[in-house]
Design a protein around this ligand. Structure first.
Ligand code: ZN
Ligand code: ZN
Ligand code: ZN
Ligand code: ZN
Ligand code: ZN
Ligand code: ZN
Ligand code: ZN
Length: 1788
């Protein structure tokens, strides 16, 4: 994108320019003078520079500094300081939130949840001690600290608390010098005019004439690409690579990022023709597939330059006005001053918002926020302007293709939220976070605000409600069907209606603050009612949405749309509640609103309804004729429901239904109840199975109708409407209407029970009757609505909670999930919960897992099984757990009687009469009769249960009316009339409950009868028979018999189930025959028999593993194993079928001592000497399950075949990656990628004792080896210098020639090696498995492609063994556990198998290679081998345990003959001397590195014994040799030093013990089976001196020479001098931990909020993600930070994980409060280890409760990471959450 530098800098003199400006300013003509200057200089600054610092410098020089001087007339810095001093200390914080910054809301004091604080204000204020919520900001919005209207108490923090001195309000402009005011006015006006002119200038190739540069324009153009919501990143990137010359993928990605971030990007620059060509390619290649092409324009450089300058100018202006209150006010006034055309400049910007690209919008909004919205005065004015243009802006927005948050319409939240003027939550937050609790006013502890706030003012004076609703209704207009009802279909993907729905949010804000009754005035009433009228129109449009008709015959062909209507309903819910509340505060408004609503409802009726007459019990009623089964029914009835919502306030205003004041003609209650009744009937019919063919759409509707999210404005209100009906319609008539609509008029005739042969409908009728009784119970019993019953909101809430907790104890989040959303009630919810429940903490303190709430004992009596918010499962679960509870409490009666209901409000007392009306008594008696009858076809126990509850309710009411002295209610009287009467029927039922199967019903029956008699006595009616019969007990024997029968039935059922399950298993095995081959169905868990019998060791006094006095071996590891695939058991031997362990090998960095070093390239690295920082290693583990090698092979083949078939259809979608050879263990499903061959115990392979009588001193041994190395190196002088192996082994004879005779023979004897030739060679299958595992360890351990012949294959086998042992040692050390006996069998078995494999793997490799490795290893320590090569090293650079393993395994091959070897590392003398040598070297390491240790004071002082003093002098000597100066601080005391050295080398000794134990099979002494920090026990097992000084003293010149050589290495000296950059480790190596996390989660959020995307200079990062291993934060899952690795795009987290964890990652997404685990290309999410006070995690940060670190969980994460369990955790998670598969983890 090179552009010629065609603009030369014109002549410039600031003083002359300023003179000119000041003059024209006085003449009122600054704008043209300014433009004259800009005409030249804008192009010169912004026209040709790509160097942004240069651009900035020029801009300051030519553009901004002159303007500042113009304004100030002297040094601007000085003037601005003076102005600043005059500012009143702001009492408003107003800090604008960046994306991701923490925000706090006080649940006790905030007026609504949009009131938030920044972290500084929060921490310096009172609210931190209150109940608060935290959240992360989505960007935008600002801190409300200091706004008295936002908080009910503590509005100020300590920083912003009001200064008493500044009491009186002064116009800040008056504080400015007059002349400065004049100049500022002129400058602000001119710049603003210029900005508006440029931003709304529509042309691309020229400018307004007064800005157009003189002369011909150069032919320099720019192709400008704009963003849209249609095209994806990838599409844009591809298109750009095609359209722009020489555009690399990286550049294209940068452009795409820029377009996304700023809204446009210059993608190409050049002459017009080439720009145009670029444009047309982009246009063409994106306009295919009918989609809108990408917007792209060719613009002249001069236009772009001015636009760029405009943006900078806006930023500059913002800076100016922030300097002084006076300048801010001045700016606001000017920007809102109407121009000649009547519009102010602000208005112009507002109206052109949608024409601007993103960054221009953002900047103009920021200017608005910093200027207008921060000034209380101006905000009101702006709000008025905004309201004026609202419909226009919203219409424009609906057509626009930008996100809501970059649109000026998003400012409405700042303006409309009440009570304060400015609110912080941008609407984008509402959008992104669906869980955000919608604002509702329901329980505002009503604040009365002195002055009308903006929203109120706007409603009153500017008709805000209509302003919002009218354009919304317009948007609805297009969606109306022929009946005038909204139809929202999914098929239309037109987003404009969705966008229009934002207006509903605005409506919600506008209504948040409801006026108190004395705040109403006529103007407010008028305008409110005007808005109300529009609102009713909306409800009318919604009334009857998505009508359904019962489908008969065929099933529905496709599911009808239903979601749209529910979404709209949910958005309108809050608005409905707000309108209701507003109406409830003023009588006049209420009456008018009620009348209007009723009239509107009347308009909805279809008047063609016919009626019919029905007579029941002598009552004749004219009913509406409507068949729900054949005609359309809708579940959407917002208008009816709104009326019901209003109705409950009638009592408050002393009104009643039909009173003249309301004066609604034709309002017939029968018609009012009709729509909700139809909905109830439809649902009942659906329950009865009559609507089956209507499919899921209907079921979903019914589900949501009852769901906690919707029911408040749906189901609950329908019940309320029916209750209203019951309160104004005569009881008999009401019931007849219900029966008629349910189609049950036949059922209540006694003759219905006589069989007629048509049994088909009876079942359905029974169910409908049950539903009918249920509805009647609900109408009578559900009184917990304020206004309906004499209850408060709190009572209602408590009741909800009680009924939830009757189901089971629940955690806090379960409870709140099941309670209606209501943010303002939230603290109320908490109080209510604590009022009725006790919190039981999680079982152990600090343990992971959440605590639960349990209902308080005294609340159980409130339990009502017919609670109307119970679904069927809830109901039966609740009943079950209540009966169980009663049984556990051993209470006498298990009855769950109906609870005493609260009283109805006076308006509604009439409902109670339903219980005593003739029809009701008839129904009760009918069902009781059918219960008693020998046979009844229409009876069901459910009906009886409901009838009993009804009677119970009636008895409660009877009792209450007796107590009240109310004789009008006479249920008992009516119940005792008739033949047989209810009491008689009850008695006979109790006497003979043959039809009743449930104990609970029997219990209830007894309870009812007793209560009946009790109440009857109270009524003191005559003929009381007295309680002679005690009906509570049933015949016990009969009961027992019934129980036995039941038990028998249950047993039979169980048998059947078991049979079925085993059948299923059989089928499964048959279907998966290839996997099971000859497997029996019995697949019980079989462990490989591990016989690491440590008890045996007790026989040996103190076993020794190496050297002359080596103890006898025992069998350890797996000797006999069962194949999990074929179930055959087999001995592990070297010459039969091979056995293998399922295993997983991975590259690992968990023990790295240098976290910010890049891992070496596996292709190039030389792993022979492992670096001492353990930077990267190869780790193997196993689930411990054994298989035959061939069984495993056929199992794996089967998977391969299956996978190949599947892969062709769906790519990558399994928890394991077959390309990486991954599979799941067939028994336990652990992730595996290889198999570890099982080699029998090594000592069983040799026939006789391996120690031939060799008598060789350490010195002679060392001499022999050193001679070997030196001669071998000498011999190969011909090799070139680059040869990594400049060795050619000299023969043994040539070495022995150089020795004394006796020594020579013994040395020779040493190599007459132990081999297992006596027992024959390894079996083919074992060899094959050994080769396979060696290959896998090599390729996974180095993450390179497999290569059988690579010389590094055996090295990786040794290293994997060493690394795995070190990891186990470190883990156990970190946990403070002993080495033996504390780790699980599977890891013991795995290490044993690895050691034995390492010992024999040389047998399948070419001997030449092993010998070379051995020579190199020896030369490293015995000669100058380390210093050779490109990367010279010294003794401090290598890890000596890895070295020990390698040299132990390689040494036996040194002098073997032939191409292959079968030597085993069992020569005790060799092993002893190697160990001694390496350990000595390790002590030297530890000593040289010891002064880096900080001394820790030991609590107990010890004596300086001789050994300590000797060691100390060795230390001094070694340091002298290494050329170290004495340490600056005084030397440690000898005993301290001695202790330190022992600590330092202990891990090495522990690892060596594990190694030789597994190699030789010598049992572990008892002392080592417990935790010990003493080195002695290890030393004696390893046949090392317990006094380390012995290793140095009198060991001969040779060793001394070696130590000298190590210490005098130049490299070592360089390492030790502080100047070196390479960091050194210190011993003991520290055990790595995940980073420290703060206790308080908000600290973490705050910490991360300052993080910006590293690749888009200082922009916010959407998903900052913190590596828990090293603490680095990356910008994850974003195009801006993608990189390419091996031709695949990877996100920043993956990229980091590759470097930091070599593919295994554990990262924290701070804003989402969740952990990402990454394992190669797979991953999963788990909750972060933070919990709230209820012990619950908050994945996604949805609840916002304060969170604190849960130490246990974090420890578990630490363990998972350190023991390499991330891949396995990921695989398990993917198995159980299939949706995780669709995520492209490598893009994270
Ligand atoms: Zn603040
Ligand atoms: Zn503050
Ligand atoms: Zn508070
Ligand atoms: Zn097998
Ligand atoms: Zn397994
Ligand atoms: Zn980024
Ligand atoms: Zn890291």
């Amino acid at each position: 994108m090179a552009m010629k530098n065609v603009f030369s800098t014109p002549e410039y003199r600031q003083d002359r320019l300023l003179e000119e400006w000041w003059t024209s300013c006085e003449q009122g003509n600054l704008l043209s003078a300014l433009k004259k200057h800009l005409r030249t200089f804008v192009l010169c600054v912004y026209g040709n520079n790509h160097d942004s610092t240069k651009e900035e410098r020029l801009a300051n020089k030519f553009l901004f500094r002159p303007m500042e001087y113009f304004l100030c007339r002297e040094d601007p810095e000085v003037v601005f300081e003076e102005l600043k001093a005059k500012n009143m200390p702001s009492q408003l914080c107003g800090k604008v939130f960046k994306t991701g910054e923490p925000t706090y809301s006080c649940r006790d004091c905030a007026n609504d949840p949009t009131c938030v604080l920044c972290i500084d204000c929060f921490q310096n204020g009172a609210h931190k001690n209150h109940r608060y919520k935290m959240n992360t900001s989505g960007g935008g919005g600002y801190c409300d600290c200091g706004d008295q209207e936002a908080w009910t108490s503590h509005p100020f923090c300590d920083i912003h608390s009001p200064n008493v001195a500044h009491q009186e309000e002064q116009n800040p402009i008056e504080t400015l010098p007059v002349d400065l005011t004049d100049r500022a006015s002129a400058l602000f006006m001119a710049t603003l005019q210029y900005i508006v002119e440029i931003l709304i200038w529509g042309q691309c190739d020229n400018l307004p004439s007064d800005l157009q540069p003189e002369g011909e324009l150069h032919d320099t153009y720019i192709t400008m690409l704009f963003n849209d919501e249609v095209h994806t990143y990838d599409q844009v990137i591809k298109t750009l690579q095609r359209a722009v010359k020489n555009c690399t993928a990286q550049q294209a990605r940068e452009f795409a990022t820029l377009v996304d971030r700023e809204g446009r990007a210059m993608v190409y620059g050049g002459c017009f023709a080439s720009c145009e060509q670029c444009r047309s390619i982009i246009d063409q290649s994106t306009s295919r597939h009918n989609s809108k092409p990408l917007k792209v324009q060719v613009m002249h450089t001069v236009v772009v330059a001015h636009q760029t300058f405009c943006l900078k100018l806006m930023v500059w202006l913002q800076k100016m006005i922030e300097k002084s209150d006076g300048l801010r006010r001045l700016f606001c006034l000017l920007s809102m001053k109407p121009q000649e055309d009547g519009q102010s400049l602000m208005e112009k910007l507002l109206l052109h918002d949608t024409q601007l690209w993103k960054v221009a919008r953002v900047l103009s909004h920021q200017l608005l926020m910093a200027g207008v919205l921060m000034d209380q005065e101006c905000k009101k004015q702006f709000a008025i302007i905004f309201t004026k243009w609202y419909p226009y802006v919203m219409r424009d927005f609906a057509r626009d293709d930008h996100d809501h948050d970059v649109c000026v319409a998003s400012l409405s939240v700042q303006i409309y939220t009440v009570p304060s003027l400015h609110y912080s939550l941008l609407m984008s937050e509402f959008l992104l976070d669906t869980h955000y609790r919608p604002v509702s006013i329901t329980s505002l502890s009503v604040q009365i605000f002195a002055v009308g706030t903006v929203a109120r003012m706007l409603v009153t004076d500017h008709d805000l409600l209509s302003v919002i609703l009218v354009p919304f209704l317009e948007a609805c207009e297009e969606k109306k069907n022929v009946h005038g009802v909204l139809t929202l279909s999914k098929a239309e993907r037109n987003p404009s209606f969705k966008r229009a729905c934002f207006m509903l949010y605005d409506l919600k804000y506008a209504l948040i603050c409801k006026p108190a009754s004395d705040e109403w005035n006529d103007k407010l009433r008028n305008n409110f009612l005007k808005g109300h009228e529009s609102f009713l129109k909306l409800l009318k449009l919604m009334q009857g949405m998505d009508e359904v008709k019962r489908q008969t015959g065929m099933h529905l062909e496709y599911e009808p749309e239903w979601e749209g209507a529910f979404n709209l309903q949910m958005r309108v819910d809050d608005v409905i509640a707000s309108f209701t509340e507003w109406c409830s505060t003023d009588r006049t408004v209420f009456i008018e609103a009620y009348r209007k609503t009723a009239q509107m409802l009347l308009q909805c009726r279809d008047n063609s309804q016919k009626s019919e007459q029905h007579t029941v019990c002598g009552h004749t009623v004219k009913c509406l004729k409507y068949d729900v089964l054949s005609k359309a029914v809708s579940i959407h009835l917002p208008l009816s429901r709104y009326l019901a919502g209003l109705h409950v306030y009638m009592g408050k205003f002393h009104l009643h239904f039909g009173c003249p004041e309301l004066n609604v003609e034709n309002l017939d209650p029968v018609k009012m109840i009709e729509p909700p009744l139809r909905a109830q009937v439809m649902i009942a019919q659906s329950q009865a199975g009559l609507w089956r063919r209507n499919g899921y759409a209907l079921l979903n509707q019914i589900y949501f109708y009852h769901n906690v999210k919707c029911r408040q404005e749906m189901y609950d209100k329908d019940i309320l409407m029916l209750q209203i009906g019951a309160s104004v319609i005569d009881g008999n008539e009401f019931l007849i209407h219900l029966l008629n609509r349910y189609g049950l008029l036949v059922w209540i005739k006694p003759e219905y029970d006589v069989p007629t042969g048509q049994d088909d409908n009876v079942r359905q009728t029974i169910m409908l009757a049950e539903e009918f009784l249920n509805l009647v119970l609900i109408i009578l019993g559900e009184r917990f609505v304020p206004g309906l019953g004499q209850v408060t909101r709190e009572d209602a809430l408590k009741r909800e909670i009680i009924h939830l907790l009757c189901i089971s104890a629940m955690s806090n989040s379960e409870l709140s999930k099941n309670l209606p959303d209501n943010t303002n009630l939230e603290t109320g919810i908490e109080d209510a919960i604590h009022a009725v429940a006790n919190f039981r903490k999680p079982s152990s303190i600090g343990a992971a897992g959440s605590g639960k709430f349990e209902l308080k004992k005294e609340c159980y009596k409130e339990f009502n099984p017919y609670f109307y918010h119970y679904c069927r499962t809830d109901q039966s679960q609740a009943e079950e757990s209540q009966i169980k509870r009663k049984k556990e409490e051993k209470s006498e009666s298990h009855t769950l009687p109906p609870p005493v209901p609260p009283r109805f409000a006076p308006q509604f007392v009439q409902i109670v009469n339903l219980l005593q009306c003739d029809v009701m008594i008839h129904i009760l008696s009918l069902i009781l009769q059918r219960s008693v009858a020998m046979r009844s076809r229409s009876w069901s126990e459910t009906q009886l249960d409901r009838v009993l509850h009804l009677i119970g309710l009636a008895l409660h009411e009877q009792k209450r009316s007796i107590q009240d002295g109310n004789i009008a209610f006479d249920f008992i009287g009516k119940a005792l009339k008739g033949q047989p009467n209810l009491m008689k029927l009850l008695e006979s039922l109790v006497a003979d409950p043959k039809n009743i199967s449930h104990d609970s019903t029997k219990d209830l029956l007894s309870w009812i009868l007793q209560m009946f008699m009790e109440v009857r006595q109270m009524t003191s009616l005559a003929e009381a028979r007295g309680p002679t019969e005690q009906p509570t007990t049933f015949n016990k024997e009969e009961n027992e018999a019934a129980k036995k029968r039941k038990a028998r039935l249950a047993a039979k059922r169980k048998e059947k189930i078991i049979a079925k399950i085993s059948q299923m298993q059989q089928n499964f095995i048959r279907d998966n025959a290839e996997l099971f081959e000859s497997t029996d169905a019995d697949t019980s868990l079989m462990h490989g028999t591990s016989e690491m019998d440590i008890s045996e060791s007790a026989h040996h006094e103190s076993p020794v593993a190496v050297g002359k006095f080596k103890s006898l071996p025992c069998n350890i590891g797996i000797t006999k194993a069962t194949c999990i695939l074929c179930q055959e058991e087999q001995e592990v031997s070297h010459n039969s079928r091979a056995m293998v362990l399922a295993g997983f090998v991975q590259r690992s960095t968990v023990m790295s001592q240098c976290k910010n070093k890049d891992p070496p390239d596996g292709e190039k690295s030389d792993p022979l000497f492992t670096s001492s920082d353990l930077h990267v290693g190869s780790f193997a583990n196993s689930c411990g399950h054994t298989m035959h090698a061939d069984c495993w092979q056929s199992f794996f083949q089967a998977i391969l075949v299956k996978e190949r078939r599947r892969l062709s259809r769906i790519p990558h979608s399994l928890s394991y990656n077959i390309v990486q050879l991954e599979y799941l263990c067939p028994l336990c499903e652990s992730l595996s990628n290889t198999v570890i061959p099982l080699v029998p115990a090594l000592h069983t392979l040799v026939s006789e004792s391996d120690i031939s009588d060799v008598d060789l001193s350490f010195g002679d041994w060392l001499d022999g080896l050193q001679k070997t190395v030196e001669n071998s190196m000498k011999q190969d002088t011909s090799a070139s210098k680059d040869d990594p192996f400049p060795f050619l082994l000299c023969s043994l004879s040539s070495i022995t020639k150089m020795m004394a005779d006796s020594v020579a023979s013994n040395f020779q004897l040493l190599w007459q090696y132990v081999s297992y030739a006596s027992g024959g060679r390894f079996s083919e299958s074992l060899m094959e498995m050994m080769k396979k595992f060696a290959k896998d360890v090599y390729s996974f351990g180095l993450s390179v492609d497999p290569d059988d012949l690579n010389h590094r294959v055996p090295i990786m086998a040794w290293n994997t063994c060493a690394y795995t042992i070190v990891n186990l040692e470190q883990y156990l050390r970190g946990e403070g556990k002993p080495l033996f006996g504390s780790s699980p069998t599977r890891s013991v078995d795995c290490i044993n198998a690895l050691v034995k494999f390492a010992a024999v793997c040389g047998h399948v490799m070419p001997q030449k290679i092993i010998k070379k490795h051995c020579l190199r290893l020896l030369s490293g320590v015995l000669s100058s081998g380390l210093e050779r090569g490109n990367d010279p090293q010294c003794i401090l650079d290598i890890d000596l345990f890895h070295y020990l393993v390698a040299v132990t395994m390689a040494l036996p091959s040194l002098y073997t003959e032939g191409a292959t070897s079968n030597a085993l590392p069992l020569n005790s003398l060799n092993n002893q001397y190697i160990l001694k040598l390496v350990f000595t070297a390790h002590i030297v390491q530890a000593m040289l590195l010891s002064d880096r240790l900080t001394e820790h004071e030991a609590a107990v002082k010890m004596e300086n014994d001789a050994e300590s003093i000797a060691l100390m002098s060795i230390y001094t000597e070694i340091r002298r040799k290494a050329g170290c100066l004495p340490p600056s601080n005084s030397d440690p005391l000898p005993w301290q030093f001695s202790k330190h050295i022992k600590d330092a080398v202990l891990p090495f000794l522990r690892c060596a013990t594990v190694l030789y134990h597994n190699l030789t099979g010598v049992p572990i002494p008892a002392r080592l089976q417990e935790w010990t920090e003493e080195t002695d026990a290890f030393c004696s097992y390893l046949s090392l001196p317990t006094n380390f000084s012995e290793l140095f003293l009198s060991q001969g010149e040779l060793l001394e020479g070696l130590i000298n050589r190590w210490c005098s290495s130049d490299i070592l000296r360089a390492r030790l001098s502080s100047a070196t950059s390479q960091s050194l480790v210190s011993y003991p190596l520290s055990v790595n931990h995940l980073i420290h996390l703060p206790d308080d989660y908000s600290q973490l959020i705050n910490q991360i909020s300052s993080f910006t995307c590293p690749s888009s200079n200082g922009n916010d990062s959407q998903l900052p993600t913190m590596c828990l291993v090293c603490g680095v934060v990356v910008c994850s899952q974003s195009y801006c930070c993608q990189t390419e690795i091996k031709d695949t795009k990877v996100g920043a987290a993956t990229e980091h994980t590759l470097r930091c964890g070599s593919g295994m990652g554990i990262l924290l997404r701070v804003r989402e409060c969740q952990i990402v685990l990454l394992a190669g290309t797979k991953g999963c999410f788990i909750p972060a280890p933070y919990v709230d006070s209820y012990g619950e995690t908050d994945q996604g940060l949805r609840r916002g409760n304060p969170l604190h670190l849960c130490k246990d969980s974090y420890k578990n994460l630490q363990k998972m990471w350190f023991t390499h369990c991330i891949p396995e955790t990921v695989a398990h998670n993917i198995e159980s959450h299939m949706n995780l598969m669709s995520i492209h983890w490598q893009h994270l």
